[in-house]
Design a protein around this ligand. Sequence first.
Ligand code: MG
Length: 287
Amino acid sequence: MYIDQCFPSRPFRPQNAASIPKGVIRMVDPPLFHANLVGMNHTPAPEPFRRQALEPGRIRCLTFDLDDTLWPVMPVIHHAEARFYAWLREQAPEVCERFGPEALIQERTAFMRAAPAHERHDLTGLRKRWLREIAETCGCCPDHLSGEGFQVFWEARNEVTPYPEAEGVLTTLSQHFRLGAISNGNADVFRTPLGRHFDFAIAAGEAGAAKPDPVIFRQARERAGVAADAILHVGDDGAADVLGALQAGFRAAWFNPKSLPWEHGHPRPCLTLGRLGQLPQRLGVDT
Ligand SMILES: [Mg+2]
């Protein structure tokens, strides 16, 4: 494959231009420029620069990110923190005497940020450890806070409000594909209103690694029981979801409802969705 002009404002002639058939003109986007230069000497372009085609007929399984892909995450986190603080007022007032609601959230955020990198994928483990530390600081029972207290937070954490199109889209897709969830958060999709559509779910805490680590995608592929390139992962995070999935050999759709620019170079998502409702049609199963 040859190029004899990349951009009208920046004509390019390779050294062996004489060998290029006349009239061969290809327009490429800037990051592909280098890749096609490499290809001048018949050397295959580096794998990261190839755009992977979606090939809808090849897809057998869809995996979904959860937070900010199937529901907005911040409302449910605020809801869960408020429920937990109300429980503290009843069950561990010593903590409330020392920390107001906002101060307690700041305390937890600082604790999690200070955690070693190899522990940050396990949000449940970190929160339980923080609760034990808070209990000891305030002179109340660590087992009570990290047991029942965590459970109060976690149950409220699963009381999500899905995006309006999610229910209908998953209803349609589940008739044609295996559906899985791959999440870095600690929600349990089977405890949410969307759980009935899913065949499997894997969370970072359980996998021992968070997206974009290939480890979590590999485990998801094993649960899916199909080849990696027969799985389309759908998520809102360009790095964790899209790049992670592509690196693991999955196909990747970027859920981008705010029409943000793609800032991760190459590879790029196979598909970009402004709305979840576009997905069945793009996969040819909208009827
Ligand atoms: Mg997300």
